[in-house]
Unconditional design. Structure first.
Length: 131
């Protein structure tokens, strides 16, 4: 019984954060576009910077979760590649989802920006592992 509880706690500890983060991304993406004035370059940089940050965090959380699995340990390629694949797939599905939200649009450009955030997180994790 103790092993099952510890396994469940371990599962929650590693896998709940990425699912909560995915839920937060979904919630924010579900909000209709605003009628606030466009602030030009500053507006673009702030919004796209948020994309980079949210998908960098998602990749790190997924990497942490996959690294907790014995078959995908920290040093294997799968611990890096599976979170990449899932992050890109989620970014794509999020942009498709936004096409159904009033006053929002899905854009391939945003998937590329999200993937850039993921790539920065990947570089950070590789750099950290090499130290």
């Amino acid at each position: 019984m103790v092993t099952r509880v510890n396994s469940f706690q371990r599962l929650l500890y590693f896998w709940l954060p990425p699912f909560l983060w995915i839920g937060l991304i979904f919630y924010v993406s579900s909000q209709p576009g605003t009628s606030f004035p466009d602030l030009g370059v500053l507006d673009f940089v702030a919004k796209k910077g948020a994309h980079v940050l949210e998908y960098a965090v998602l990749y790190i959380l997924l990497f942490r979760a996959f690294s907790s699995l014995s078959w995908a340990g920290r040093t294997t390629r799968m611990a890096y590649l599976l979170p990449m694949l899932l992050t890109i797939l989620y970014a794509t599905s999020d942009e498709v989802h936004q096409t159904f939200v009033p006053f929002r649009e899905g854009a391939f450009r945003d998937v590329c920006i999200d993937s850039f955030g993921m790539f920065l997180a990947y570089l950070f994790l590789r750099w950290r592992a090499s130290r």
